[in-house]
Design a protein. Sequence first.
Length: 287
Amino acid sequence: MKHKGIIFALTVELLFVVAIISMSGIPTTQNHLFLHINKHSNISIPLKQYTAMRDTVFVLDSTFIIIDLRDQMAYLNRRNDTTIIYKISSGTNRLHKGIITPTGLFTVQNKTPLATSRQFNNAELLHWIGFKGNVGFHGLKSTTYYSYLGKRPSSHGCIRIARHDGEDLYNRVKRGTPVMVIDTAPARVLAFAEPITINPEKDILLKNNNHIHKSIMELRLINLLSGKGLDNNRRVILDGSTVLKPYGFEIGKASEIPKVQRASMAIIYVYKAAKDNTYVYQKAINF
């Protein structure tokens, strides 16, 4: 109870400082307060992080895919701010040997115009795009599954897609294109980043089969879900050529993220804007 009281007091104090900042003219830009943590150099803390923080994986490629199992749609997000939507039908465990399509962050591992499923009577899989072992996008020669597209799961685990849509998607992605499968609002999200903004000395470029990176990604999610998301001060990057095999990354649930994120054993310094556009030290808060 003592620790909870301390945390509550610190939270109240920080919110009080936020209120003071709002009234005292200390500058904000896109909701970023001019607060700096001595443990994490040169970090501005977005005010919105206290209500909707996520663990962001930045994408240098021109596209990434979000598969939403809730509405049975796949969204091809493009860097030019346009999105192409495809109706899909995902996996269900109601079928014999069927599984629910796994959620997580993956990349396109392989692709071929025609694949054959030995597991299911040598079925021909059109415009195969694999992203997790034997799970991937594909069309079928028969069109009987079209009635399920965009409506409900009907496959043994893969993402079924209409033949013409499958061909279109096949032509727009490559090995390494990020793929995120969600069944609820995720704690981990994808966002585009410009290559020029990358700091190779600080940012983490995720590599294939790198167990250290896998551990880092697990720890980032643990930090976020335990209220220490501010410790995730290094950006993680997918460059569009890395092929994540054989595993992907967990994405967590946004509903489990604490609204207040704390920096572990840090000091937050508050700076006040001076007339000459410099900043003058005003106050420090110990965490």
